[in-house]
Design a protein around this ligand. Sequence first.
Ligand code: CMC
Length: 402
Amino acid sequence: KGLRVQDKGFLNTAVIRSEITYIDGEAGVLRYRGYPIEQLALHSSHLESAYLLIYGSLPTREQHLHFETEVMRHGNMHVDSEEFFRSFRYDAHPMSMLTSAFAMLGSFYSEANPSLQGQKLYTNGDKESLATMDRQIYRLIGKATTLAAMAYRVRQGREFVTPPVGLSYTGSFLYQMDHLGEEDYKPNPVLEKALDVLFLIHADHELNASCTTVLQTGSSLVDPYSAIAAGCASLYGPLHGGANEAVIRMLVSIGSPENVPAFIEAVKRREKTLSGFGHRVYKTSDPRSFIVRKTADEVFKVTGRDALLETAMALHDAAMKDEYFIKRKLAPNVDFWSGLIYRAMGFPMDFFPVLFAVPRVVGWLAHWRQMMLQDGGVKIWRPRQVYVGAGKREYVPIEKRG
Ligand code: CMC
């Protein structure tokens, strides 16, 4: 009677068949739809890779233009949403704002939830249904940067700006964050490109905690805005997307390279966690961490080296030759270096997880679309448990409880 096998943390449970992202954790391989992440980081762009992840193949010139135009066209937010952002406390964490904002966004688009309106669900091969789905995809990717910039600006007591016309996805984002009222504002091309590469490599990572949350939530057939809000909440945690912020807090607390050995000892005594190290799937270095490290050098040429870089390098080198980390196959993950770049670019620490969430919207949508259109339709995700509680008991009135 009942289930006896528990898989705590889903170490060995596959819940879906997927064609999107391939990871070989032993060899340190990551591919989007078959294309190695290193090739994409070198030759592609975030929006081109977004198309690839969502629709399965690299776009033609025409498809690319259409996708980019639609995404950028949907960047504007309704003026009512400004009041929503102003209603947060002055020191609200931007991830709380972004998570809530995705759910709020859903309230504007009832068409995103056809089954609630008694209509047919998204169906493969049905042009109208697929066009409705595409609209939600364009909106969510297009508005993700706008919502993030609104969360950023409201915290600084600055007015909101309308997304500009004619800039790239990351160029537009940088413009909205830092626009100083100059008519011919142009983001620094090196930083714009660096952010695009970072967005591209953060776009998907198969069934991590947040993507699983999106699918679990989406499996009840709720609208994609609500499912993505749920995923965003999951990403906020320090074991997941919050790790880039945690790395910088850790480096600040270590202070300088000479304090590294004492910190490593504290980790080994389990008093501290080495944020930015370790991964559920990678048992060698995360391939994205090499791309981030290379991108950091490009960024530092413009911004100057971050003061914490020396401490980060000392920590990295000490961990990589320490028996504790070698034995457990703990190596740097994508978050170890990314925070240093964001810091050098002038983003505040608590904004770093937002810089993870914005591009990850792409991956969440790719998996959500795949699930919604899978053969045989969606089956609600309803795991089982191993019950270890009390057997049947008789109710005791309160006056008789001792
Ligand atoms: N510092 C110290 N010890 C660690 C660390 C770490 N960062 N990561 C794992 N360990 C130890 C852990 O204590 C365990 O030791 P033991 O077997 O003696 O009990 C062993 O290594 C295996 O770790 P685990 O916790 O069973 O591994 P997991 O797959 O459940 O967790 C993880 C993966 C990423 C949550 C974990 O490595 C971690 O907490 N890392 C720090 C947070 C972090 O950097 N997260 C970002 C992950 S990559 C980007 C993303 O997905 O968002």
